[in-house]
Design a protein around this ligand. Structure first.
Ligand code: RP5
Length: 182
């Protein structure tokens, strides 16, 4: 991974802040970091708990823009207040990742508490455990002002298209009826 290491040193000029309610969310949340790495986007990663470290959450969210962050990705499980509360404290876009944690009722609690934000404070909610998509969405937001990044996103989509066309070709070769592809 190019933009962070595990020794506690600082990432250079992070533009995305990845936060999560507990280190137990990391196995899910690390896919966001990996996706940002793939796009060459600098990020920082830390634990911020809405209910266990409320003052840290306030400080993190209120300082985020001034510290140079442009997007925040926030993941949490259970009764997941973190994304919505962080969104209430900053004007930066916040992407919420519902995490199916050990204390969760099959992910539904986290899904609904992140997705169902009342009017006024939106959180862009991705699918359950879909932190990879959070990374891609963050890249899309950043690409508004970054043409080179937009090109990398475009290439990424073309690669996916090629892969899917390959899969369709495989099914055809296996003999499955298909009057669409000639
Ligand atoms: C939430 O509770 C965290 O976001 C995590 O998903 C879940 C469990 O946390 P731990 O008990 O593992 O610290 O606050």
């Amino acid at each position: 991974m190019a933009h962070h290491d595990n020794t506690g040193t600082q990432a250079s000029d992070p533009v995305v802040g990845i936060i999560m309610g507990s280190d137990s969310d990391l196995p899910v949340m690390k896919a966001a970091a990996e996706q940002l790495d793939a796009f060459g986007i600098h990020y920082e990663v830390t634990v911020v708990s809405a209910h266990r470290t409320p003052m840290r959450m306030v400080e993190y969210a209120q300082s985020a823009r001034q510290r140079g962050l442009k997007v925040i990705i926030a993941g949490a499980g259970g009764a997941a207040h973190l994304p919505g509360m962080v969104a209430s404290l900053t004007t930066l876009p916040v992407i919420g990742v519902p995490v199916k944690s050990s204390n969760s009722i099959d992910g539904w609690d986290s899904m609904l508490s992140i997705l169902q934000m009342p009017n006024g404070i939106p959180v862009a909610t991705v699918a359950l455990n879909a932190s990879k998509n959070a990374g891609i969405l963050a890249a899309s937001i950043l690409s508004i002002a970054d043409a080179a990044l937009a090109d990398r996103l475009s290439t990424y989509k073309q690669q996916m298209e090629t892969e899917v066309l390959g899969k369709a070709g495989n099914l055809r070769q296996q003999g499955w009826p298909n009057r669409f592809d000639h």
